[in-house]
Ligand binder design. Structure first.
Ligand code: C2E
Ligand code: MG
Ligand code: MG
Length: 629
């Protein structure tokens, strides 16, 4: 989208081109004119016509002065006016003096033409009128006594008619040039308007103009006591199309979808009148449909069903059937919300609910969603406050070697003491931090403080184990992250070998090059990488070879299910252990809560273990006390 500075830059560029052209024209014409006037002036003196000679040389001097002023100030308009006056004086002088054998009159035609072209249209009209009146007075009234030569009536008429025709042609040309300039400027403005208000890919109104439309529509609905439905659409699996088939294919899909969308929301049942302005593309694969004047909130569902109908077992573009569908959320004014911002947010929240409920469906905004949204906003504000006011802290969970029960590592776990987040653990606030982007700052805070703790342990307590730091899956798509980690490691002067970064397995997208690049960059720093909550994700076992991972952390639910009846789950620990051995990876079992579980894990050959049975996460003083023991 164009910014306002680019808009003025575009227009300024056009004006600058025009200015440069006029500047050059004034400059060249003045130089040519000065040479010409000087030569003609000298000739007139030699020809015993001192009046014309002095007018011509006088004009030469004024012309040169004009050139100097133009160079100094760059004021083209003034230079053009002075040049125009010089040319006008010159034309009239030629008429008055007649020149040699009255042929001076012939020079008037080109001079007039030039004079018209250096002017803008209306000043050219004024200039021509002045010349027309002055020359007619000189030719056809008693003022002809001022002439130093005489013209017959036929000569006079021929002159006036010729200048009239010449002026008409020049003025018409000037007018058309000015018109085309204005048209170009107008088109340019239209383009800019289009770019500012419409999405360039689909031609639909963009987020900005949608907001304006929504505000207008709601204030009308308020006056007329009408209902307005807002349908928020987000395409499912669109990212995969971009990743697998390239962005061009993704663009074609979006264009085709927006065309189909416009078709299906056209009224067929006369429930409401639909306008194209009711449709908009907010961003990426997010679209909205406004349904003005619906009688019942359920009317919106018939439109939503029609939209779902666009996807018949996927969405076909260029003979390829993509597994793309739509998740939709519906919010209704005034039933759910009364302000444009709330209505949009609520429809968005309902859309998320649809996404989490199997996708390819629509959901109405409900009280339950409202509660979730409220909770989310509360958490978001709490997190911001915690970041600003330093309400975060770490607790330390020891990790033991199964071989000798020694503490070989500790996991730093985040806690938030913000009053707004009381009673909420990282399981609840980390997803909100991830959704709002706050996680990036939080992760850096955690790494920084976990490293500080590790430095203190190494210096003051001769700790030789690892610090295990959880990082969000979001970081796998953050190109700057490896460099930020490197900077923190360097500034704390800590050996990377004693740092382990834990990334939850579900964050991995198989074959995602961006993901892999970040992991490799982290690996190159020398830190070890653990796949956290292993077994809950969908890592195809043969993919493991491609990840630069050093450790698998068995998810605690599998440790919990070790002795359960459920075959599918009680074997998972054994399967992961065998897998780790196959790929030469270390294994940590999480969530050990009983002696029985620990014995089993030891017998199985598990490397390290952590869990409430061994130790709960501890505050710093308690953790130090445990280490000393
Ligand atoms: P996680 O990385 O798998 O951390 C282990 C979680 O399991 C911790 O919960 C820990 O207290 C709990 N746990 C460990 N042993 C036992 C046990 O025997 N029984 C039971 N019931 N629970 C046990 P916590 O601290 O609530 O953390 C939850 C999750 O939040 C973490 O799972 C991690 O994914 C995330 N998290 C925690 N701290 C951070 C952090 O600093 N940054 C990021 N990005 N995520 C974090
Ligand atoms: Mg962890
Ligand atoms: Mg875990």
């Amino acid at each position: 989208m164009l910014t306002s500075s680019q808009i003025t830059a575009g227009q300024q560029e056009m004006m600058a081109v025009r200015y440069r052209r006029r500047y050059l024209l004034c400059q060249v014409l003045t130089i040519i004119g000065a040479i010409f006037l000087l030569a003609l002036g000298a000739y007139s003196y030699l020809d015993n016509n001192p009046v014309l000679g002095s007018i011509l040389t006088g004009n030469t001097l004024v012309g040169l002065l004009n050139l100097y002023l133009l160079k100094q100030s760059g004021n083209v308009e003034r230079a053009a006016t002075i040049l125009s006056i010089i040319l006008l004086v010159l034309s009239l002088s030629l008429l008055v003096t007649g020149g040699k054998d009255n042929t001076g009159i012939l020079w008037i035609y080109p001079i007039l033409a030039i004079n018209l072209f250096i002017n803008r249209f209306w000043s050219a009209v004024i200039m021509f009128s002045l010349f027309g009146i002055a020359s007619s007075l000189l030719l056809f009234t008693p003022l002809s006594a001022l002439l130093m030569t005489s013209y017959t009536l036929v000569e006079g008429l021929r002159f006036v008619l010729t200048t009239l025709a010449l002026n008409a042609i020049c003025l018409a040309a000037l007018r058309s040039e000015e018109k085309s300039y204005q048209t170009i400027m107008q088109l340019h403005n239209d383009d800019i308007r289009k770019m500012a208000y419409y999405d360039t890919l689909t031609g639909l109104p963009n987020r900005w103009s949608f907001k304006t439309n929504l505000e207008r529509l709601l204030s009308r609905a308020k006056k007329d006591k009408q209902r307005v439905g807002l349908l928020y659409i987000d395409l499912d699996n669109f990212k995969q199309v971009n990743d697998q088939y390239g962005h061009e294919a993704g663009d074609r899909l979006l264009r085709k979808f927006s065309d189909r969308l416009a078709e299906v929301i056209r009224p067929t049942d006369q429930v409401f009148s639909q306008q194209t302005e009711s449709l908009a593309r907010l961003a990426g694969d997010e679209f909205v449909v406004l349904l003005p004047n619906i009688k019942d909130p359920l009317d919106a569902s018939s439109v939503a069903s029609r939209i779902l109908g666009i996807f018949d077992g996927g969405f076909e573009v260029d003979n390829v059937n993509h597994a793309t569908y739509a998740s939709m959320g519906i919010a209704v004014y005034p039933d759910d919300a009364t302000t444009p911002v709330d209505l949009l947010n609520y429809a968005d929240a309902a859309m998320y609910d649809a996404k989490h409920n199997g996708r390819n469906c629509f959901r109405f905004f409900t009280q339950e969603i409202a509660d979730k949204l409220y909770q989310r906003q509360r958490i978001e504000n709490g997190l911001k406050q915690a970041l600003n006011e330093g309400h975060f802290s770490l607790v330390y969970m020891p990790i033991f070697s199964c071989a000798d029960n020694h503490i070989v590592a500790f996991e730093a776990l985040l806690r938030c003491n913000s009053p707004a987040l009381e009673g909420l653990g990282p399981d609840q606030f980390i997803p909100v931090a991830e959704a709002t982007g706050l996680i990036k700052d939080i992760d850096l805070w955690v790494i920084e403080n976990a490293l500080k703790a590790q430095v203190a342990l190494q210096k003051e307590h001769r700790f030789t184990g690892k610090v295990c730091i959880n990082i969000s899956g979001v970081e796998l798509h953050n190109e700057q992250f490896p460099a930020q980690v490197k900077q923190l490691i360097t500034s704390h002067n800590i050996a990377p070998q004693c740092i382990e970064l834990e990334i939850t397995e579900t964050a991995f997208v198989a074959g995602d090059p961006a993901c892999l690049a970040t992991l490799n960059a982290l690996h190159e720093l020398g830190v070890s990488i653990a796949l956290d909550d292993f077994g809950t994700g969908y890592t195809a076992f043969n993919q493991l070879i491609h990840y630069p991972a050093h450790c698998l952390k068995i998810d605690r639910s599998f440790v919990n299910d070790l002795f359960s009846e459920r075959e599918a789950r009680n074997k998972m620990v054994m399967i992961i252990q065998s897998l780790a051995r196959l790929y030469n990876l270390r294994v940590i079992a999480e969530g050990v809560e009983t002696q029985e579980q620990l014995t089993y894990l030891k017998d199985l050959g598990c490397d390290w273990a952590q869990g409430y049975y061994l130790s709960r996460p501890l505050a710093w003083p308690e953790f130090l006390a445990l280490l000393k023991k």
